[in-house]
Design a protein. Structure first.
Length: 285
């Protein structure tokens, strides 16, 4: 595996094996059934730099509402937030395809509204794709965007923007009616031209069936290893939150380490053992 260093002066991972040659929509479509696609969320340039060499897709998820802004759900997230964070993630990466979530209220009214706002996201951020919820109900909109050159990722299952209608964040597909609806949504989204289908919080059997049914790669989050790839919220994966859903595996215990570092810093300040000589400016002698 290649080793990358980070060039913080240009905000790019460096050295680039093929400068600015990002993974593309066709190359990701071609990964169906092959090496699983690794996708993580990113909201800032520095985190994008760190994740980029290891990921195929960086998703600027509207989960930034809760993770960055402390909001109670994704519902209040605005287009301005998504554009600002999307641009930062594009500046901090060169390798992964960057996709940006369309926030609640920015695409549901009509295909035209969706096109205007998706075009704004791509123009202002430099990202290559958008992601929008809605399943079958959004199939016409997805086809409209795809026909006009806007690559779309479609999530189905536990779709957080529908929290008020779903009544919470419990996993989906426990009964036959829910199973049938998720499969119908998956087919509609894929047939409309989505290049990736995200299966979120669904039973393993449904993920397995959907992955066999649709032509595009499926990306699971709480949807088992049956999918063609996986996505997690990076802060969940790093262990920054005490409580995480069952499907999250913590690959680190970052919250503890941040707390320990902050305690060590505060202790050093109070003991006057920081700053030390090495951190003090003095005139050249
Ligand atoms: O907003 C988000 O971060 C997402 C992922 C969890 C898939 O949609």
């Amino acid at each position: 595996m290649s080793t990358y260093t980070l060039d913080t002066s240009t905000s790019r991972a460096n050295p680039t094996p093929a400068p600015m040659r990002r993974l593309t929509v066709p190359s990701l479509k071609g990964m169906k059934g092959g090496t699983p696609i690794a996708m993580l969320t990113a909201y800032t340039a520095r985190m994008a730099q760190l994740l980029d060499p290891h990921c195929d897709v960086l998703l600027v998820g509207d989960s930034l509402g809760q993770v960055i802004y402390g909001l109670p759900s994704t519902i209040p997230v605005t287009l301005e937030m998504m554009c600002a964070h999307g641009a930062a993630v594009v500046r901090g990466s060169y390798h992964a395809l960057v996709a940006v979530d369309m926030p609640f209220g920015s695409y549901e009214a009509s295909p035209q509204q969706a096109f205007e706002n998706a075009a704004r996201i791509l123009k202002e951020t430099g990202a290559a794709a958008v992601k929008l919820e809605g399943g079958e109900a959004m199939a016409e909109t997805i086809a409209f965007l795809v026909a006009r050159g806007i690559p779309v990722i479609g999530p189905v299952g536990l779709t957080p923007q529908a929290v008020n209608a779903l009544g919470g964040y419990r996993a989906r597909g426990r009964d036959e009616a829910e199973r049938a609806k998720i499969i119908a949504d998956a087919k509609a989204v894929a047939d409309a031209g989505a290049f990736l289908l995200v299966l979120e919080g669904v039973m393993e059997e449904i993920a397995d069936e959907a992955t066999r049914l649709v032509a595009c790669p499926t990306i699971g989050i709480g949807a088992s290893a049956s999918c063609d790839g996986q996505v997690l919220v990076t802060e969940d994966m790093l262990g920054l939150f005490e409580r995480t859903p069952r499907f999250v595996k913590r690959f680190d215990d970052f919250a503890t380490r941040v707390g320990e570092a902050a305690a060590a810093y505060a202790g050093a300040v109070r003991a006057r053992s920081f700053p030390e000589d090495a951190q003090v400016y003095r005139p050249a002698s």
